[in-house]
Design a protein around this ligand. Sequence first.
Ligand code: SIN
Length: 335
Amino acid sequence: MFKSMFAMAACALALAAASANGAQDQGPILIKFAHVVADNTPKGQGALLFKRLVAERLAGKVKVEVYANSSLYGDADELEALRNDQVQLLAPSLAKFGQYTKQLQVFDLPFLFDDLDAVNRFQKRAKGRQLLRSMEAQDIVGLAYWHNGMKQLSASKTLLMPTDAAGLSFRIQPSQVLEAQFQQLGAKPLVLPFAEVFNALQKGQVQGAENPWSNIYSKRLHSVQPYITETNHGVLDYMLVSNPRFWYRIPHSIRVELEGIIDEVTYAVNRQAEADNLADRQRIEASGVSQVLSLNAEQREAWRSAMRPVWQRFETEIGADVMKAAQTVNRKQRK
Ligand code: SIN
């Protein structure tokens, strides 16, 4: 009798210890991190740094597999795969969450943020932080913002005034704001996954696109776009996301370690992104394959006023509070 009670107590203790260690008893926790860009981009580098730091600090407890270039999931299915726990980390562009929240559309508004520093300030302030939690009811939790850079317009012809874009078709990410932006210019927007952009431009399915320099260079888009106008008209940034059902089940001590690593990687990505884009801009110019055009003050103002009506159209959906917070981050205040 005493012996069997002792055996039962020992068994209960063993079970409690096992559950405190969480998934480690079944081997390391596997985190599949999928994304759609090349390794030599800010996001690609961030994913690889995350994998390396986890391997160094959480060996045997967590294993990270990185799938770049849409090799596991692409634009069409990655967020559903995350919600179904088939992949555990993604960093989609902020333009790709429109199905789950309208608030993040603020990042797509043309000429809202003057530069990446302004974007950074917004992301760090209370409203920006709140947006990380705006999709939890949809099984998506934001862990960090990662920068890529400001977007440039590329096309088969020179674009110096907004009227130059009329009649051309442009590849866009799945965002109603970006759709409205090109409609506002009299152009035709076409939603295509990132993996199809090069072919679509090469075959002339679309004549233009909007991308940061790093995405243009790493996917050789400049080789199929003779002109790139340095518009800096919008931002392409990312939200590092997981599924809260997966994330909050990770044993606390391991999750804290992972969150520390994410902070470190975020700092590294965000420090490096602007420099990477600048270097890729120079590589594109040096290649001589594509001509880089600049806008004078008058031309820039013409683009800004042509696209400005898009703000009014989306203000209600995005929310006056979010809009107001975003409009206070530029150094030079505008009306
Ligand atoms: C990315 O940088 O993740 C791709 C963005 C796009 O689809 O243009």
